[in-house]
Design a protein around this ligand. Structure first.
Ligand code: 13P
Length: 253
């Protein structure tokens, strides 16, 4: 089953409009011609519109870092998926561990967001991952199963192919300590089996990203694993040269 790898840069809380445009322009210039890999960048909300205009007509996808699940109403400070579509987003990250950890997001809320993203015609990048405490306690698979169950309840199999699942072990995010390719592959194979139980054969077409201290030095090996179909990149995505090298490493032979 051939799946087009997808490499997304999650810029987190970095780069105002001017800096975001400069980095987006470098990514666009260096990666627009890249074949057989889908590339996306996720700037802060306030830079989405400007970056979206810069990417207009270019294959690099605009990605939002989060969203709310309601379309409109008295929800001060929130942003609806349709508004993200309005500025040109194609993907929305939901359930990032930083949202879960620092903003109290629970699996059920992540599920509401994932379904709202799908309803707006966009694709969710659903983040899952265990903490080091959970890994040490042998709870990794139970935690991941619960995260998938919460986020994917009531999602019909017809929508599954649009969903990207990002495995981001919390202990590997921003620590410089990536999962080994074998560790990541073991989890990705587990995730695909869970997705097959839930959605059937379409699971073979779903793309599973790895995230957590991905850098040019480890990208090729991680991305060569059979169930790793791309990367969700944090720190290294803030430097064009590193992000470009990672995206190029995703090209399958
Ligand atoms: P780092 O690549 O900085 O570890 O961050 C990973 C991440 O959280 C991407 O969403």
């Amino acid at each position: 089953m051939s799946r087009t790898p997808i490499v997304v840069g999650n810029w987190k809380l970095h780069k105002g409009i001017a800096d975001a445009l400069a980095l987006a322009t470098e990514v666009k210039n260096q990666l627009s011609a890249l074949r057989d890999v889908e590339v996306g960048i996720a700037p802060v909300f306030t830079a989405l519109h400007a970056v979206g205009k810069r990417l207009d007509g270019c294959p690099v996808a605009l990605v939002a870092q989060d969203c709310f699940w309601q379309e409109q109403g008295a929800w001060t400070g929130e942003v609806a998926p349709s508004l993200l579509a309005d500025v040109g987003c194609r993907y929305v990250i939901v359930g990032h561990s930083e949202r879960r950890q620092h903003f109290g997001e629970l699996d059920a809320a992540v599920g509401l967001k994932a379904r709202a993203v799908l309803a707006a015609g966009l694709a969710p990048i659903l983040c899952v991952g265990e903490t080091d405490r959970e890994r040490d306690a042998n709870e990794t698979f139970a935690r991941l199963r619960a995260q998938l169950a919460g986020a994917l309840a009531d999602v019909p199999a017809a929508d599954a192919e649009r969903i990207v699942v990002a495995y981001e072990p919390v202990w590997a995010i921003g620590t410089g300590r990536s999962a080994t390719p074998a560790q990541a592959q073991e989890v990705h194979a587990f995730l695909r089996a869970e997705l097959r139980d839930r959605f059937g054969d379409v699971a073979a077409k779903m793309r599973l990203q790895y995230g957590g201290s991905v850098k040019p030095e480890n990208a090729a090996e991680l991305l060569s694993m059979p169930d790793i179909d791309g990367a969700l990149v944090g720190g290294a995505a803030l430097e064009a040269a590193k992000f470009v090298a990672i995206a190029r490493a995703a090209r399958r032979a």
